[in-house]
Design a protein around this ligand. Sequence first.
Ligand SMILES: Cc1ncc(C[n+]2csc(CCOP(=O)(O)OP(=O)(O)O)c2C)c(N)n1
Ligand SMILES: CC(=O)[C@@H](O)[C@H](O)COP(=O)(O)O
Ligand SMILES: [Mg+2]
Length: 635
Amino acid sequence: MSGLLGSIEGPQDVKRLAVEELPQLAGEIRDVLVDACARFGGHLGPNLGVVELTIALHRVFDSPRDPIIWDTGHQSYVHKLLTGRAAGFEALKQEGGLSGYPSQAESEHDFVENSHASTALSYADGLAKAFKLHRDRDASGDAGRTAVAVIGDGALTGGMAWEALNNIAAIKDLPVVIVVNDNGRSYSPTIGGLASHLSSLRVNRRYEDVLEYVKDKIGNVPVLYDALHGFKKGVKDVLAPQVMFEDLGLKYVGPIDGHDEQAMEAALRQARDFRGPVIVHALTQKGRGYTPAENHDEDQFHSPGAFDRATGAEKPKGRIWTNVFSEELVRLGKERDDLVAITAAMLHPTGLNAFAEAYPDRIYDVGIAEQHALTSAAGLALGGLHPIVAVYATFLNRAFDQLLMDVALHRLPVTVVLDRAGVTGDDGASHNGMWDLSILQVVPGLRVAVPRDGDRLTELLREAVEVTDGPTVLRFPKGPVAEPIEAVGKLGEMDLLRAAAAEPDVLLVGVGPMAQVCMDAAVLLDAQGISATVVDPRWVKPLDEALVLAAGAHKLVAVVEDNGRVGGVGDAVARLLRDADVDVPVRTFGIPQQFLDHAKRAKILGRIGLTGQDLARQITEAVARRSNAAEPVRR
Ligand SMILES: Cc1ncc(C[n+]2csc(CCOP(=O)(O)OP(=O)(O)O)c2C)c(N)n1
Ligand SMILES: CC(=O)[C@@H](O)[C@H](O)COP(=O)(O)O
Ligand SMILES: [Mg+2]
């Protein structure tokens, strides 16, 4: 790496630069960001927006003594460049390369690897309480460490952030600095009363009383009244955030131009030296410095795939699962005016944008607030509607209790659509949708469907919205939609995809897109003289009782799912057969219950054995073990 960036091994080198050199450093950083994201895809927009802010942070604070916590972590590329990892951008988000999120294994400067939003302030609260305890016990008078959290305006719409603020504001000498990176957007413009009034939220009652008093005195002299109203609006716009946060007991500094590095440094120094909880409100621009990102009308290059650097044109993704869901929901919306939809700040990525365009009064963007989304959906259902809540599978974890106790307990007709289910890959461990089929097993009255291809997604979505006595869940993976596999018959309500030869050996239960893996394995097993039946349950909860009969006619059952193995569909099948006293061994194939390092989805599926070849090999070995065990011991 040449230029100033090439001389930076860590924050001490950033501090040593002269102020006049900083614009050049910022320019070099933007070049690396655009190049790396053009090659590999990545969170270009968010990172272009925090270049000056991150430089200022590392010149004012002393990372890692003063930990910097990046909420969601997708905007930590600049932080990585300034902490000695510039070379890593040659393999950004690639297997074995630099993670797209903070990584403790990569650097002592990285603390939080979880990409789930709205957590940074809680980490900062805990860290600051620890620093305060050490500081208060230390007689040396050392000012101690400061916890720094950087949170976006989108992440600030998450409830956890306000739980943390409520706690942080209660301790006047808590050594914490919160930088609100306000670019006015999540993917799309950040919504909600809070977000839209972040720059003019609530005005102090006393101020309103004074205005009322003055208005009474001047009566209805129009020109004076208009002037007063203009004055009120102007003051409200400037004072409101300060009033809001200071009403909470937090010192407020801002709003600051987040692209004016020296102004940011001054504000951060003021905050650091305050020695108590401080909010620094930085106004930034997502995609700053790369015209195609700045002008991008959908999400300002929030997380593009690889693109042409010169034009910003993304490489075509082809038809993905999300497209099938998006189109079918629009058709359903025309047939059913009781269908409404909810997004948690991800209108486009979940495909709800088409429904929103078609039915603008039937879409609700609740911000990054999945818990609220589920319970608000319960309210909509109690109000006689049928809500569709579309979230990424991994983010459902956050709203499990709401699904269980606010929706299922009341047997409400809510349909949850989980996109990015299964291995997502290059967004790292916290983005894989590998827990939903396990945690959903324990929800009474909830039904779960897993389509194997686009046609089944259409069918199952239609069946789901017809259910009126409880919640339904549909889940499908990231990326290109699977080629259709037509059934050759039925086993109960399940689709029979392949009938075994007369003497069937193995029953392969393919969950969703894993049906193709089973079909591939069945062909390879034939060559080993092992005949396999392949069935797609379609609805995996509750399981179809026909599975009991089918299993009893085979020597081995193998269940294959793109979910964690523990407590998934495979375990549910084993329990079903055990309860029915069907003595046929069940092998479960899925994602190992581990946090998986980032890599492309296909690479990870290959690494964990979810391929036809691996499945065939493992089943052949299992059949061989059983036949050896059954052979009489030769004397
Ligand atoms: C709990 C949760 N829900 C949804 C997401 C998906 N997501 C990733 S970044 C993002 C927008 C974040 O907006 P903001 O905090 O303003 O950061 P910016 O990208 O604007 O810098 C969302 C919704 C997430 N990471 N976590
Ligand atoms: C950080 C975050 O949660 C999202 O931006 C996510 O990285 C996007 O994932 P997709 O690219 O699969 O939409
Ligand atoms: Mg934002």
